[in-house]
Ligand binder design. Sequence first.
Ligand code: PLP
Length: 471
Amino acid sequence: MGKVEEFLKKSSIIMKKSLAGLDYDKFEKKFISFDYNELMNSVPYNINEIIKIQREFKVGGTPLYELKNINKIIKKLSKPGYGAKILLKDEANNASGSFKARRASLSIYHAKKLGYEGVVAETSGNYGAAVASQAAQMNLKAIIVQEVFDSKWIGQPEILEKGRACEAYGAEVWQMTVGPELFYMTLLILNETGYFNASLYTPYGVRGIETLGFEIANEVREKYGKYPDYVLVTHAGGGNVTGTKRGLIEGGAKDTKVIGVSVDLRGLHMASDRDFNRKSFTTGHTGFGVPFMVKPDRTDVPRNAARPLRYIDEYFIVSQGEVFYTTILLAQIEGIERGPAGNTSLAAAIPFATQLPEDKIIVVQETEYTGAGKHPFAQLSFAKKMDVEILRGDPKDNVPGKIIVIPDDISQLRYEKIPLEEIKKSYLKNAIQNLDEITKDDLKFLKEEINELESDFVERFLFEKGVKIYG
Ligand SMILES: Cc1ncc(COP(=O)(O)O)c(C=O)c1O
């Protein structure tokens, strides 16, 4: 056995030490199930305590805007009696400029309380900046391990920007090439430093996002006398959907529908050296959105606290060009220049609103900061260098990695609804791999996992696959 393999064998011991004794084994059951509620409840803070902690570190309490000028256009594009109202939660106002501050704050607070000297996070995104910003405030060291370059050492402008932000907040940033070295390096650093693993996927991270859904439920009810009908959530690894929906429920908005929205990057392979730099979006895209739904435990912790299929009601996709168009629209008619992630769900919210009655309320639950490599022009110049064609016209001609089409007009914005049934079947297929029997507990778990408690969706699937249920 080589040195690397030998070291990787110790990964679960290193993980346990770096996760403040959070022992995932104690939640495990036979064969495929684990106690998800117990895992989430292992976080020793309730929603009011989480809000208090977050406010102390410049997180939460962000403004909720009615997008009046966009809403006027929606009314014009809709038939009489139609055209729902869009509200936008301006999460760019959190310290570090995105909702990821909610996710980082609780982890870093907990690490500080337990006496860790520093924190480590493996991320290419806003989460790194959020961890660095929270660690800076709590006087902890932060190490961010980022996947940045292809094998020619070319880096995507948005990822480079996020690395800059992490450094600005005082973090040490390790920049890696695409591939499995990211996990290996993170493990090595955790082992050598003994720092806290501020993974995106621990229950601390996901519980931290619940305040976003909770604020939305309360603010909309106070201002408009009812809960929102729909909350549109930019979706990648699933924490955003999971935490927001849990917070909505906690705030009383049990019937509000949560719609995940991703940028369409179908056909591009995230681990491919070539495709890595042929995408103009680094998160909120199908390259994360779908794999994390069908196999949520593909993470750096034994069980992912983000389990989007439990919480998502519908899934929409939009094209890259439509998000660029929406980014410029938001700046030029609403006067707020924001980054790509939140504008992904806004791009879908606009055409969606035209199809809904005028008394419906849609909340786009985040914005993110922008600047430098996050700007559409930086992305489009980079895409051109990577031989991607940029056109104006109808977004239906978009081909991920080959052609980006910027709409000529707002009326050309569309969204595609991806049926969740197929995604749920893929989830089940992965879950029962190599099994010909499961327990009754497993059955209940699977039904919860894909939110099919009332139907016989899971039973029918298991019957078709010849999997027996005993016990
Ligand atoms: C600003 C922003 N919005 C949305 C997302 C998607 O969140 P999740 O990965 O939890 O689905 C990300 C993740 O990188 C993000 O940085």
